[in-house]
Design a protein around this ligand. Sequence first.
Ligand SMILES: NC(=O)C1=CN([C@@H]2O[C@H](COP(=O)(O)OP(=O)(O)OC[C@H]3O[C@@H](n4cnc5c(N)ncnc54)[C@H](OP(=O)(O)O)[C@@H]3O)[C@@H](O)[C@H]2O)C=CC1
Ligand SMILES: O=C(CO)COP(=O)(O)O
Length: 336
Amino acid sequence: MTRPAKAAVLGTGSWGTAFGMVLADAGCEVTLWARRARIADEVNRTRVNHEYLPGIELPARVRATAEAAEAFDGADFAVLAVPSQTLRANLADWTPHLGPRTVLVSLMKGVELGTTKRMSEVIGDVTGVGRERIAVVTGPNLAKEIAERRPAAAVVACADEDVATRLQAACHTSYFRPYTNTDVIGCELGGAVKNVIGLAVGIADGMGLGDNTKGSLITRGLAETTRLGLAMGADPLTFAGLAGLGDLVATCSSPLSRNHTFGTNLGRGMTLEQTVAATRQTAEGVKSCRSVLDLAGRHGVDMPITETVVGIVHEGKPPMVALKELMSRSAKPERR
Ligand SMILES: NC(=O)C1=CN([C@@H]2O[C@H](COP(=O)(O)OP(=O)(O)OC[C@H]3O[C@@H](n4cnc5c(N)ncnc54)[C@H](OP(=O)(O)O)[C@@H]3O)[C@@H](O)[C@H]2O)C=CC1
Ligand SMILES: O=C(CO)COP(=O)(O)O
């Protein structure tokens, strides 16, 4: 009889905890690593992560620790669920604990500031692990809905299809349906840029602009994501799938999305400082809008919605002024 797969989940925020539950429901032995010992103790004592997923009872196969070495010990999968901008520093601490065959799995949807690297690239840089042992899980997966075991599909991407298939089996449950994909670039870009478009849609919602505006931003947002993806060697069809359109629709429609909510608060007239203070969890698009725009600049790709979000979020541009500028750009064909 084969033993159950062992998974370490690094990060006990909303998605790390919820995905740990998915892995356990799929039959894995799961150890969550918490930055704060208090959260690890609470999970072990009460089976609930009260701060991030109140009211959700975690399966018995999930335990928690504040010791990274303990989480990594014997892990087949090390699932990374920390904010994108802290990953590099976290990995520097964790790499000595990494087993020679452990597959590294990114749940993160951001692009590193400064380097403009995708999370799988940061993982490769710091750990020296090759692309065939680095995977990505992405798609329309709002943590709270998954934790309530509401049905969703997802994408498991890895350059090595066999590894993707192994990870797919390790997280396939009655309510979580992962599909494999080998287009890691497209899957990561889809997740990172949808957070920026989610901010734009939130701003528009906060301004009360209506559903035509929303439909237009989602579609043109996907167009600029696809343009960047093509320039970076992604498969354009990835953006029509769960990692692109699927995630974009979920984020742009849901009050559960932190990026969408962040944008809505800005669009309603809150200042950036007030909005940051009101946001308790990671809204990746706030930082990644800058790195995505830098990435676009490096590849000579026009991303007007991303540029507009950067203007509003980081340059103090009033949303109404930014909107007028976006709408008055020169006319062009839909496809070029
Ligand atoms: N929430 C969601 O629905 C989804 C999120 N994602 C992505 O998953 C990633 C994680 O998001 P999510 O779980 O929601 O974020 P949360 O804000 O809910 O949790 C962040 C986690 O990272 C920890 N953390 C924060 N700063 C550091 C640091 N400097 N070093 C180590 N750990 C740190 C936090 O610890 P502490 O509690 O001590 O602060 C917490 O455990 C993001 O990239 C997000 O885009 C992807 C799909 C769905
Ligand atoms: O990525 C997500 C859903 O798939 C979560 O979006 P937010 O980070 O905006 O909450």
